[in-house]
Design a protein around this ligand. Structure first.
Ligand SMILES: C[S@@+](CC[C@H](N)C(=O)[O-])C[C@H]1O[C@@H](n2cnc3c(N)ncnc32)[C@H](O)[C@@H]1O
Length: 227
């Protein structure tokens, strides 16, 4: 991964070894369920009235969000073990495909209704995020961004956030500013929620391309919820 700032994960050998455990798909999924569970209901609710079929999932991890579509889905992640696990898990579903790659250098030939950046933004520097959002404007009509936002009142949360593999945990305001200064995206909707045990707090942003917004009819249900 090429970053302007050397990530803490490469500076601390012990932490690096601990983080490698999270490259094992089953351990990653177990942590997600036990420690950061309860994300699927808020995300499904957030997307309920969003018209989309095809999905591009950036930093797809173990493919947890692939259930969001029954049509074409492409998951991209730079972790070979995650992508190998996804390919095994979804081997019987020809609509889902997975590629090893850096989200920063995506070169997607097809267009997708919805791109997902689920818990990925805090792994990207500002410059990387801007480049990604610029590129996405060529291949996605909408983008959903879910990410960690600081949860300072809880000391266990503070510790977990410090141990996180991502080095760029930003406030909701900083995330919004970063997303809106890139690629000419417009904010359609925003929300936040806690994991079921309140250890993690997550932002949710729905961005749409200006051309989509211009073409939308007055009866587009999204407009009713626009901020
Ligand atoms: C916290 S995990 C989230 C995984 C998945 N989106 C989810 O919500 O379950 C972050 C994922 O982003 C991937 N990732 C981080 N930076 C990346 C990059 N520059 N290119 C590709 N994948 C990246 C990591 O390998 C990891 O799978």
């Amino acid at each position: 991964m090429s970053t302007e700032v050397e990530p803490a994960v490469y500076r601390n050998g012990l932490l690096t070894r601990a983080h490698r455990l999270f490259e094992i798909p089953a351990l990653f999924d177990l942590y997600q369920v036990l420690v950061d569970g309860g994300k699927h209901a808020p995300v499904s609710g957030f997307l309920r009235e969003v018209p989309y079929e095809t999905v591009l999932d950036l930093g797809c991890g173990t493919g947890a969000w692939s259930y969001l579509t029954r049509t074409r889905y492409l998951g991209i992640d730079f972790s070979p073990s995650f992508i190998a696990g996804c390919r095994r898990r979804f081997a019987n579903d020809p609509r889902k495909s997975f590629e090893v790659g850096d989200v920063e250098s995506i070169d997607v030939a097809k267009r997708y209704d919805l791109a997902l950046m689920m818990s990925v933004l805090h792994h990207l520097s500002d410059a990387q995020a801007r480049r990604l959002l610029d590129r996405l404007s060529n291949c996605a009509s909408r983008v959903v961004v879910m990410d960690l936002m600081p949860n300072p009142g809880n000391p266990i949360s503070r510790l977990l956030y410090r141990l996180d593999r991502g080095d760029f945990i930003r406030s909701a305001d900083a995330q919004r500013m970063l997303l809106l200064e890139s690629g000419d995206w417009k904010l359609e909707r925003e929300d936040s929620f806690y994991s079921y045990n309140r250890l993690y707090r997550h932002t949710l942003f729905l961005l749409c391309s200006p051309s989509l917004r211009t073409a939308a009819s007055e009866t587009d249900p999204i407009k009713a919820h626009a901020h």
